[in-house]
Design a protein around this ligand. Structure first.
Ligand code: B12
Ligand code: NAG
Ligand code: NAG
Ligand code: NAG
Ligand code: NAG
Ligand code: NAG
Length: 144
């Protein structure tokens, strides 16, 4: 017990001592590809955009919006932050059970479904983020 506790106590110290100083690279900008994909009519629009190093997806989207390339709206939820409502004039519709799903294609081709929204999701450099207009099913509502 005593040994284990001492080990746990020393963990943070060791972590700090081995922590590299990487300030200059923190100022760099990374790049991601953003795909706006309406899966209901199979329509695709591609964007390449800068994103702050370790920046949130919403930040990259705002840059595109500022340059009048992309138009989107979000609604703020108290617990989870911004929910992506519309992209380029196409909005989610609860009656039709449609929404904009956030997907992320990693550099090795694997597509993941981030478990946070646009305000929290931090893509890796060179990832392809896919905003997919699709319908939600029972599966999403029970297991998402
Ligand atoms: C149902 C549901 C959905 C449905 C909502 C449709 C509907 N009209 O019911 C759909 C399929 C659309 C959905 C989508 C997403 N969801 Co969802 N969803 C849920 C779920 C299972 C239940 C929510 C609920 O009905 N609560 C009960 C009602 C009474 O409370 P409410 O506050 O009114 O609920 C609303 C909000 O939760 C909101 N909502 C749902 N998901 C999300 C996600 C974000 C980021 C925000 C801001 C709001 C939001 O829609 C609900 C209905 O209006 C929860 C998990 C849970 N058990 O709570 C996950 C949950 C809220 N979703 C989550 C996520 C990650 C997403 C997505 C980002 C997934 C993705 N990669 O695309 C997307 C949102 C993308 C976008 N456009 O911004 C996470 C949020 C975690 C976080 N910290 O951000 C949760 C907690 C599940 C998880 N992974 O742990 N979701
Ligand atoms: C969707 O469009 C792509 C490219 O235009 C095409 O290759 C693909 O076959 C289409 N899929 C469907 C289901 O229509
Ligand atoms: C952006 O989309 C919203 C919602 O569809 C719309 O009300 C608004 O007029 C659009 N803005 C521009 C500049 O297109
Ligand atoms: C959502 O879809 C329903 C049914 O198709 C339609 O009557 C309604 O006008 C739509 N809502 C919005 C906000 O577009
Ligand atoms: C791709 O990378 C992710 C994360 O690094 C990993 O979980 C996944 O197994 C990899 N997939 C393939 C096909 O290599
Ligand atoms: C992203 O791509 C650029 C240009 O191809 C490359 O220089 C960089 O190393 C890549 N970054 C990562 C993390 O793969």
């Amino acid at each position: 017990m005593v040994y284990r506790d001492l080990f746990l106590l020393s963990m943070p110290l060791l972590t700090c001592l081995s922590c590299p100083m990487v300030f200059p690279t923190d100022l760099e900008e990374d790049q991601i590809t953003l795909i706006v994909f309406n899966s209901l009519i199979n329509d695709t629009k591609n964007y390449i955009t800068k994103i702050a190093h370790r920046g949130i997806l919403l930040g990259a989207m705002r840059r595109l919006q500022k340059n009048h390339m992309l138009n989107f709206t979000v609604t703020e939820y108290p617990d989870y932050g911004p929910f992506l409502v519309s992209v380029n004039g196409l909005a989610r519709n609860d009656t039709q059970k449609t929404y904009w799903e956030i997907l992320d294609k990693l550099q090795n081709g694997t597509i993941i479904r981030p478990d946070v929204g646009v305000g929290c999701f931090i893509p890796n450099p060179n990832d392809t983020v896919i905003l997919k207009f699709t319908t939600w099913k029972k599966k999403d509502v029970t297991t998402v």
